[in-house]
Ligand binder design. Sequence first.
Ligand code: PLP
Length: 422
Amino acid sequence: MAAKVSSDKLPQIVTDLPGPNARKVVESDHQYISLSYTRSYPLVAKSGRGAIVEDVDGNRFLDFSAGIAVCSTGHCHPDVVGAIQKQAESLIHMSGTDFYYPQMPQLAKKLESLMPDGKSWRCFFGNSGAEAIEAAMKLARYFTGRWQFIACHSSFHGRTMGALSLTSSKPVQRKGFGPLVPGVTHIPYGNATYLEDVVFKTTVNPNEVAAIIVEPIQGEGGYIVPPPDFLPGLERIARKHGILLVVDEVQSGMGRSGKMFAFEHFHFHPDIVAIAKGIASGMPLGVMMAHSEIMTWPPGAHASTFGGNPVCLAAALETIRLLEDGYVANSAKIGDFLQEKLKRLMERQPAITDVRGRGLMIGVQLKSHELRDSVIDECFRRGLLVLGAGASTIRLSPPLIIDEEQADFAVEILSNAIEAVA
Ligand code: PLP
């Protein structure tokens, strides 16, 4: 058990896990809910505040998963809740597909101002990361008149048919769903020369490639930071052949990596950016941004009834204000602090084989898949919520608001959990 604490920003376990109320929910869930979900452990959430989630039995957990890297400003940040409430009182839905409302251009203008290249951008709004990627694929095909795509091994871009055709993270995600969208070729993540030296010399004509779609730091694939020459290498090849560059910032964006967008860690200039997860602190919003000269498709070419719902946009505007106000900087600062602590833990704990990441997107790789899964379960029992990524990595993706005390506590729980099961 972790040390007993009373602070409301630290965890406290008061029942067996799952507790009696949680057990009932899990039982009912098992009867009615799709079997495709992958719950690592029986957390039954009731409420959340900051980096703490309370379950239906009164247990408090320190959340280093943030709802799969979504709750960037923490759970139920009062300013975000206020923005949602205010917007919900005046207009919940109108559909930007057929009508105008001010929050759409307001958020698009704000997002353009966050792009480091100072160019003119346009936004398409959807409801999820997969929809942002789907829109990027369609726009890339439309604009270039080409049909093929390059993606990376171990990548994750979503589960709709187009996005799934790019995804190459785990076989189970594709098994039974073929044939997928044709024209996708995968290359090893981190190896740009493979594209020119192998793919373009053997299988794919570069003049038929619409876009290269890449995560600047791989998420589901294991929190993998590519070598510094990878993204610039892709850019050089793309420019040579008139191929568009789509960067998938769904998981790595909105301050998670310690910069607003993870591609800013590299010399890289995307044409299209996909954003979701952390942009609206938990409200469903996906954005596909493209340079204005690329977003040339005509009215009717693409749209979404719910995409860019005013309540989600209000949450996004407030989230970005908070991120710019200090949480992106905090992600960089606490991320360095946390990674330093984890590297020191690795020196004395041989079960850890790697610690890597940027900002608060940190992967802790363990010796084996089985050990990783046992450690995740043990962390849960000790009050720390973490998820896996890749074959044997634990991902740490807490809200960007955490402080040193919470980072220290998480490392202590992780350390104890590894010792207990390794
Ligand atoms: N792209 C990346 C990099 C992701 O990590 C994810 C989800 O984990 C997606 C796309 C898909 O997002 P969503 O689950 O919102 O459709």
